[in-house]
Structures are given as structure tokens and as C-alpha cells.
Design a protein around this ligand. Structure first.
Ligand code: PLP
Length: 427
């Protein structure tokens, strides 16, 4: 099944570009993901919960199996061959992250457990040093709890103020309001590249430019952007970029924080232990330079290796091609779902990634999720760790279908047909 791609994948900024080739071999892509070839409740699995976590290609499984089967040992400091091979494989993954983000140096890439840990690291290390009483941290109303709560904790501790730029009825950040909230007191602006609950693609380059003009540092939560858009941290002009392995077809328990070298070098450690020191004595301890300063303890070695393999897999497919294919799925689903009686789309931004949040009149989102599951269709129902977004749209929860690089037009049609049936079932 070779799909013709729209050659004119639109872009608001640097992160997307037109598809490089004319075709995207969906059959071949799907064959890379063995988990997809199964039935759930007697029906072919339709996996539309990609914003929560993506499935894994064989390349990732093979890389992890090779790590365990061929060269696993603890990393760093080891003089023996396996330790050196493990270290090299993990550092190779760091280089894969650097390439993926177009970061200037692999030394600016810190391995973490995921986006949540990356943001907590910045809050605990950079934040405690740079945010003081009366200072402000600016976020937006569409953030995931991971990009809210660490800043609340920091502001509480430091006597600072958390400011929130509102979103409009489409789910777009109101840039004039963001401008109004920026002030010389703003130390940091933390913003999602893509909203997990709405699909909105934020104009992060523009936001970063405005924040920098005000003298603030910019952190981008890239958890939902990395699987869909080509990310270039230099073009975006941000200072920190965080994302998770499990959302880019890699393992869970691993992710990356990219930070500008001069910021990382000036940051104190946030966790102490093995691997992050230069020298230890009871008179005083000195610390390793970044990135190791922020990687205390034995790391997730095999997960890092799998993460690198996932990023190489995505890069080989080509993010512009992936993004263009997903845009086709999103357009199809948006059009078809408009015909489902009582369906309200939550999040209608002009620039969206392949995430569709919706409510169905008189049916609780969890019931929609359960009905769809009976048909083999996996979606997510709930507040999606974005309760302020739910509050903004006056709903307790939504059902969310989110597409990945292996989803098909037939799967979109299956979802829509099942929604029509649910509609009939509940009256
Ligand atoms: N930020 C966004 C926008 C997300 O969608 C998620 C996960 O859903 C996170 C942060 C947290 O990612 P993780 O749970 O991998 O740390």
C-alpha cells in the first residue's frame, strides 16, 4: 500500500517541510511493528492511543536484544571490553539525540527518564538558582501537568509567581496576552511545542523570540512534537528542549533534555551519586561537567540504546514524510467526525498535530472508550493530565484519538463507523 503524499505539507515555522519523496510505504512501515498484527476482542487492533505512548518497531527491539545479548555491562569507568562497548552504544544514542534535535553538541544532551524528569531537573537545578522572591515563571493554559506542577512547586518554594497565558476557543495561545504577561520579572517561559489534549502546534519560535526580548529563558516541552515534527532546537531558538523516548517509538523510562551549553555548565547538580562527580572527599566534592553532572547513578543503558534506535528509525523514515501522512489522516478524521451527530471537537487550532479530542453528547468519554475497545479500537479517555484545558472548555474529560506513523485511512474509517454505532447505541 504505497500512499501518495500531499507534496505541500504546510508549515507555520521551521519545524515542518514538504515531504521529500512521492510515496510512503505504509505496508512496510506496519510490518515493522509486530504488535499491530493482532486482534482485540476478535477485531483487528486499531491503535489510536499514540499520544499516550507509541508502539515499538523491530529495530528498537533488536537494538535492546543486542545490548542484552551481546555487550551489556555497566557503563563508564569500566576498563573491560563489554563496559566499553556499552558505554559506546549509550554515547552513540546521545549522538542520535543530538542529530535528531540538530543540537550543536552531544554534551548538551542529558539522558533522563522522560519529559517529566527533564522539566523537574530544570526546575530543581536552574530554577532554584535563578528564580527568587517576586520573580515570575510564565506558562500557558494548555500545558500538560508535567509542565505545570514542577513550576508550581518551584514558585511556592522560592516565593515566585506562576503566570498563565490563556488560550482561545480554538485552543491557540493568545499571543497578545502572552506579551502582556511578559515582564522584566519573567525568568522563564515554559511552553509545550504541541498540546497533548488539543493537538495545537504552538508557534514556539515566535514565543521564544518574545520571551528572549523580555530577558527570559525558554523551555519547550517537546513530548508531543518530537513524534510528528522535525525539531531543530537551533532554529527554534529555545534554551531547553525536553522529550520522551516512549512517545517516539522508543522505550519507556528514557528521554532527553537538551540545554544550551552555557546554561547547563552554570547549573548545579540536582541529584547526587555515582557518575556525576569529578572527585569526592569529606572536605568537599567537585562535579563532572554536563551532561554527566545531571546523570547520577547507573543509567537506563538498554533503554538509551533503544531510544537511539527509535530516533534513527524515525529519521530514516523522514519526519516530513511522517508528518505529511499524519496530516492526511488528521484531515480525513476531522472531516468524517464532523458528520457524527453530537460530536464536539475540542481543539480546532489552525496548526494541529494528529490528535483529536472530542466529546459525544450524552455519552461519557469513558463509555465511548469502552465501546470502542469492544471493537478493537484503542483510544484514551480522561483529562489527559491537562485538567486546566478541560476546565477551559467546560468538560470533565474527552475521548482522544491520536494517530501515529503506522495508522491507516481504513483505521480512521473504522473509528468513525464505531462512533456512529456508539451514537445509535446510546440514543
Ligand atoms: N508533556 C506533554 C505535552 C505530554 O503529552 C506528556 C505525556 O503525555 C508529558 C509532558 C509527560 O511525558 P512523560 O510522562 O513521558 O514524562
Amino acid at each position: 500500500m504505497a500512499m501518495t503524499l500531499a507534496a505541500s505539507a504546510e508549515d507555520t515555522e521551521d519545524t515542518r517541510e514538504a515531504a521529500p519523496g512521492p510515496t510512503y510505504d505504509l505496508d512496510r512501515v506496519r510490518a515493522d511493528f509486530p504488535i499491530l498484527a493482532q486482534k482485540v476482542h476478535g477485531r483487528p487492533l486499531v491503535y489510536l492511543d499514540n499520544a499516550a505512548s507509541t508502539q515499538k518497531p523491530r529495530a528498537v527491539m533488536d537494538a535492546i536484544a543486542a545490548c542484552y545479548g551481546e555487550y551489556y555491562a555497566n557503563v563508564e569507568r569500566g576498563v573491560h571490553t563489554l563496559s566499553q562497548r556499552s558505554t559506546a552504544a549509550r554515547e552513540g544514542a546521545r549522538e542520535a539525540v543530538r542529530r535528531f534535535l540538530n543540537a550543536p553538541s552531544a554534551e548538551e544532551v542529558v539522558f533522563v527518564r522522560g519529559t517529566t524528569e527533564a522539566i523537574n531537573l530544570v526546575a530543581a537545578s536552574w530554577g532554584r538558582r535563578h528564580v527568587g522572591p517576586g520573580d515570575e515563571v510564565l506558562i500557558t493554559e494548555l500545558e500538560h501537568h508535567s509542565n505545570i506542577v514542577p513550576w508550581q512547586l518551584l514558585c511556592e518554594e522560592r516565593g515566585a509567581l506562576l503566570r498563565v497565558a490563556p488560550i482561545d476557543d480554538r485552543g491557540e495561545v493568545i499571543l497578545e496576552e502572552l506579551d502582556r504577561l511578559l515582564s522584566p520579572r519573567t525568568r522563564l517561559v515554559a511552553v509545550a511545542h504541541v498540546s497533548n489534549a488539543l493537538g495545537t502546534v504552538n508557534p514556539v519560535r515566535e514565543i521564544a523570540a518574545r520571551a528572549h526580548e523580555a530577558g527570559a529563558v525558554v523551555l519547550v516541552d517537546g513530548a508531543q512534537a518530537a513524534p510528528h515534527l522535525r525539531v531543530d532546537v537551533q532554529a527554534l531558538g529555545c534554551d531547553f528542549y525536553a522529550f520522551s523516548g516512549h512517545k517516539v517509538y522508543g522505550p519507556s523510562g528514557i528521554g532527553a533534555l537538551w540545554g544550551r551549553r552555557e546554561l547547563l555548565e552554570a547549573m548545579p547538580p540536582w541529584q547526587g551519586g555515582g557518575g556525576m562527580i569529578r572527585t569526592v572527599s569529606f572536605a568537599g566534592t567537585t562535579y563532572a561537567p554536563p551532561p554527566h553532572r545531571f546523570e547520577a547513578g547507573t543509567p537506563a543503558i538498554e533503554a538509551a540504546v533503544g531510544f537511539g534506535a527509535a530516533l534513527n528509525y524515525l529519521t530514516a523514515l523522514g519526519l516530513p514524510a511522517v508528518g505529511a501522512w499524519e496530516a492526511e489522516l488528521l484531515a480525513l478524521a476531522t472531516e468524517r467526525m464532523a458528520a457524527v451527530p453530537g460530536l464536539r471537537l475540542i481543539g480546532t487550532a489552525k496548526e494541529k498535530a494528529a490528535v483529536l479530542s472530542f466529546t459525544l453528547e450524552r455519552i461519557h468519554p469513558h463509555d465511548v472508550g469502552t465501546v470502542l475497545d469492544r471493537e478493537g479500537i484503542a483510544v484514551r479517555a480522561g483529562h489527559h493530565c491537562a485538567q486546566p484545558v478541560m476546565e477551559r472548555f467546560g468538560v470533565p474529560a474527552t475521548t482522544r484519538a491520536s494517530f501515529g506513523l503506522y495508522n491507516t485511512r481504513e483505521e480512521v474509517e473504522a473509528l468513525v463507523a464505531a462512533l456512529h454505532r456508539a451514537r445509535k447505541l446510546f440514543g
